[in-house]
Ligand binder design. Structure first.
Ligand SMILES: NC(=O)c1ccc[n+]([C@@H]2O[C@H](COP(=O)([O-])OP(=O)(O)OC[C@H]3O[C@@H](n4cnc5c(N)ncnc54)[C@H](OP(=O)(O)O)[C@@H]3O)[C@@H](O)[C@H]2O)c1
Length: 317
């Protein structure tokens, strides 16, 4: 544990996109576990927020010991066509925001200790047989894989800037109030859930609390740098996830969604995120000492569906 970060509300962590699904969990995590303040960078102004324009004009806030980026337009927004304009917005919302934070770090007189950024497992080509870890170097193969490469490249700081860097390649984040679970909760509740596509595709997933935990781990530990896969250690297919989720909900799950329906709703390029998957292991994440709270899909969906533990209670020690 970095002693300079220990339990001190005097320090700030600056979080681009901290108002979102994962950002809110990270803000809570930092406050309740370490009593560390978060300041968000957002498109809108407000309490404990600065805008992207403020960041460009005035730079990093005072006592900023870590910078994080979690900004990004939701790729699987079914209300938006996967048009060239939307793709540009998807790229801009990730790459430009990451660059703006990197620029602010370069210009800052007093540097933060660490820059932690987000990426995705789309970096690894979908494959039913291959097992990937952080050591695999992959060529870009489609829009989303190019996005992850450019997103990661945008976070690179010049060699002359000595700030520790960590990039988290996240799988699908499962949690109560957002992400994929929000989209499927209602059909499952009505007993209309089921597999999507063949069900044999891998679903690289992680519980919301664990993805926030990995960002926290990356901030707190001086020995952590480079790529960390943000996925649970237990490989899970989509069919195994559906079985576990339906069981936790005490509902049947006999209504499959065929691949063509997903292709129609999202367009084939985007539907791939759900119809094809990667078997990704968090090798470096585990080696760096991170302990998963939710290593199995059964434990994760049980918490999401059945258990309500206020985070205050979890972090009170
Ligand atoms: N959720 C997942 O399953 C998952 C999996 C892998 C990777 N990720 C990535 O992790 C990051 C955080 O995920 P999340 O689920 O927390 O995302 P989210 O809730 O959908 O969005 C995060 C924040 O990004 C900002 N944002 C949204 N659209 C934007 C736009 N067009 N331009 C600039 N900023 C925009 C918003 O902040 P303001 O409104 O305050 O500006 C929003 O609160 C995203 O980059 C996402 O792609 C998520």
């Amino acid at each position: 544990m970095n002693p300079a970060l220990k339990a001190n509300a005097y320090f700030n962590v600056l979080i681009g996109g901290g108002s979102g699904f994962i950002g809110k969990e990270l803000v809570k995590h930092l406050r309740m576990k370490h009593n560390i303040n978060s300041i968000l960078v957002s498109r809108s102004s407000g309490e404990k927020r600065i805008t992207w324009n403020d960041l460009e004009r005035r730079g990093l806030p005072e006592n900023c010991i870590a910078v994080v980026n979690l900004s990004g337009e939701n790729i699987l927004n079914p209300l938006k066509r996967f048009s060239e304009d939307f793709k540009e917005e998807v790229r801009r919302s990730r790459i430009d925001t990451t660059k703006k934070l990197a620029d602010a770090i370069v210009k800052a007189e007093k540097k933060p200790q660490v820059f932690v950024t987000m990426s995705g497992v789309a970096y690894y080509p979908p494959d039913e047989n291959k097992v990937y870890d952080e050591d695999n170097k992959c060529e870009e193969y489609d829009f989303l894989s190019k996005l992850t490469k450019d997103w990661e490249a945008a976070s690179n700081l010049p060699d002359s800037v000595s700030v520790r860097q960590v990039t988290v390649r996240s799988g699908v984040v499962l949690g109560r109030n957002g992400g994929m679970i929000d989209n499927i909760r209602l059909p499952f509740k009505m007993g209309l859930g089921g597999v999507i596509g063949s069900g044999k595709q891998w679903l690289p997933w992680i519980h919301l609390s664990d993805i926030a935990g990995i960002f926290d781990h990356a901030i707190q530990n001086d020995n952590v740098s480079g790529i960390l896969n943000g996925v649970a250690p237990e490989a899970t297919t989509y069919a195994q996830f559906v079985k576990a989720y339906a069981k936790a909900m005490h509902k049947p799950a006999f209504f499959p969604t065929p691949a063509f329906a997903m292709n129609t709703i999202f367009g084939p390029e985007r539907a791939k995120v759900i119809l094809e998957g990667q078997n990704v292991m968090p090798k470096r994440t585990l080696e760096s000492g991170f302990k998963f709270e939710y290593p199995t899909i059964e434990k994760a969906v049980d918490e999401i569906v059945n258990i309500y533990i206020p985070r205050e209670a979890v972090f009170k020690e």
